[in-house]
Ligand binder design. Structure first.
Ligand SMILES: [Zn+2]
Length: 260
């Protein structure tokens, strides 16, 4: 999972957000409000023909160094990834065109694993449009990489898969977390199926086993961190930009890593 807090400081992205907001946010949110007042519910079909988020795809793709914000799979085919809404647009439709709610995620993370799941720390009052102000008092159990650093939640574990004995990279909550943070880290891992505990989708399986070259680079980095080797920084500096920009690499460099 990648730390995306840079997006609000990136001049190019901010310019795109302003353009998007000017062209779409007010007009399309007003349209949804009109529909809501008629039906008291917004459904997926209400967005048909109004899914303008795809115009933000390429800039996010480029800024996220061509990887899914959640699982960090490489994104090559434009139809295989989406502009994901951190706050789901069906239940919380008034956030659908809110530009602080977006990043790019692969189709598996967005459409299959997360879908519209968005749990809160209980007890949470019912939130609808009329009670939308209550949202800011609630505590979502999904880490929001746009506003908080995921590297403060996870450690990277290199291990062999119990069933296949293949090398895999998984995430686990950091040991120092308090109960609430731990619940948030675990919920994020579970909802996105980052550690393959739910049904094993072929696309996810391939991705979590990663390509062996990438695995070996990160494994070597992890070994250098664990052994406190003097050439650690030099090794990191010489990695390809693609590897260096991985959230996994950042977590490893912070020492949040275990080799089993
Ligand atoms: Zn993904």
């Amino acid at each position: 999972m990648k730390d995306l807090r840079f997006v609000f400081a990136d001049e190019e992205l901010v310019a795109e957000f302003l353009k998007f907001a000017k062209e779409h946010t007010r007009e399309k949110t007003t349209r949804l409000l009109t529909l809501y007042k008629k039906n008291s519910q917004i459904v997926t079909d209400d967005y048909k023909g109004h899914n303008v988020w795809k115009i933000l795809k390429s800039i996010f793709w480029q800024k996220q160094v061509r990887r899914c914000a959640i699982c960090e799979k490489e994104l090559n085919e434009i139809n295989s990834y989406d502009v994901e809404h951190y706050i789901p647009k069906t239940e919380f439709w008034w956030y659908a065109y809110h530009t602080a709610n977006y990043y790019v995620a692969c189709g598996t993370c967005n459409r299959i694993e997360k879908n519209d799941e968005f749990p809160f720390f209980s007890p949470t009052p019912l939130i609808n449009y009329e009670k939308r102000k209550l949202f800011s008092n609630c505590y979502p159990l999904l880490i929001n990489p746009l506003h908080e650093n995921p590297y403060d939640y996870f450690r990277v574990i290199f291990q062999a898969d119990a069933k296949t004995n293949k090398k895999v990279v998984v995430l686990a909550p950091l040991k120092k977390l308090d109960d609430l943070q731990r619940q948030k880290a675990i919920t994020t891992i579970t909802i996105f199926n980052l550690n393959l505990k739910k049904e094993l989708l072929p696309s996810r399986k391939v991705q979590m086993e990663w390509n062996i070259k990438l695995y070996n680079k990160l494994f070597k980095l992890a070994q250098k961190v664990k052994n406190n080797e003097p050439d650690l920084q030099e090794y990191f500096d010489n990695l390809d930009e693609d590897y260096k920009n991985l959230g996994y690499a950042s977590m490893i460099m912070k020492g949040n890593v275990e080799i089993i």
